[in-house]
Design a protein. Structure first.
Length: 314
């Protein structure tokens, strides 16, 4: 009887031991599985993270270079804040200098540059009509005066019969110059003359001056040879002439057709990506930083105009 009881107790103990061992093994197996699962999850997350970062790096847009044609060294300063700000947007603005007003539109039409910013609306329109260019304005920039300067007389009243006055020889700036001379009281233009009158449209010489038509960029250097000259703002600044040195100031600043602009090829505007880049360039230029350059660096010589017009989405 005692032996039977002892055997029963021994078997029970063995069963309990096997049961505990089995539970322990199962627990260990579960823990190991959990650890393995956690490790795999972490590895997967790390791989996914790395993959995501690699994908972000791979898909990051490459810097875009845009060539902007201008006439006159002052544009380097006018566009400096814009150029710096665009770098952060992945846009490298390359300023391309031209020495005359004819070449930049030809270069733009032929794809040698991407944009230009040197002309007003009426000049662009004349260029399009004359050459059939497929280019158009995408943003307004500023208006600059077309003043009368002299190194020989200090006021318009000193100009006398026989004196020579130089004006730009291109149609639009020449027409604008004649309007300035009319405002100064030196000539009278026919009432039926077009928006850009020519010398032939002069009805009367109030003072019998001789008008000499010259390339706009050469007039500052001819002031020693003529009595006075109408000089485009950018060339006046390049030559060191200040607005307060003018013997008569332009009065046509409110005329929208004389607002300067940024122009692009029409075909490029059909490309959404190019259009988005151009829009960013326009908006970046039309900023407080640019206006500060107008006022602080050039004493208000440049006046912002038409910044409230959205020419790209009209």
């Amino acid at each position: 009887m005692k032996l039977k009881k002892w055997i029963t107790l021994t078997l029970s103990a063995a069963a309990l031991t096997l049961s505990l061992t089995a539970c322990g093994a199962k627990g260990a197996e579960t823990t190991a599985a959990k650890d393995s699962s956690t490790a795999e999850t972490k590895e997967a997350e790390t791989t996914a993270q790395g993959s995501s970062q690699a994908e972000t790096t791979d898909t990051k847009a490459e810097p875009v270079t845009i060539k902007l044609g201008v006439v006159g060294s002052i544009y380097e300063e006018l566009w400096a804040p814009t150029k710096e700000a665009l770098k952060k947007e992945g846009i490298n603005l390359d300023i391309v200098q031209f020495s005359d007003y004819v070449t930049p539109n030809n270069a733009l039409a032929n794809g040698e540059i991407d944009l230009n910013a040197f002309q007003h609306r009426i000049f662009l329109q004349k260029e399009i009509e004359s050459n059939g260019y497929k280019i158009e304005p995408i943003g307004n920039t500023f208006i600059i005066p077309l003043n009368l300067y002299s190194s020989k007389v200090k006021s318009v009243s000193e100009i006398k019969d026989g004196d020579t006055v130089a004006i730009p020889n291109d149609v639009t700036n020449g027409g604008r110059a004649l309007k300035v001379l009319e405002s100064a009281g030196l000539i009278k233009i026919k009432k039926d003359a077009g928006f850009s009158p020519t010398v032939d449209d002069i009805e009367e010489y109030t003072v019998k001056i001789k008008i000499q038509e010259l390339a706009a960029n050469t007039i500052p250097s001819t002031l020693a040879d003529v009595t006075a000259g109408i000089i485009n703002g950018n060339f006046a600044l390049d030559f060191g002439l200040k607005t307060d040195e003018a013997i008569f100031k332009d009065t046509s600043l409110e005329e929208e057709n004389y607002w300067n602009l940024i122009a692009a090829r029409t075909e490029d505007l059909a490309d959404p990506e190019k259009k988005a880049v151009y829009e960013k360039i326009v908006k970046t230029f039309q900023s407080e930083e640019t206006e500060k350059i107008f006022n602080d660096t050039f004493g208000g010589y440049f006046i912002k105009a038409g910044w409230d017009q959205d020419l790209l989405n009209k």
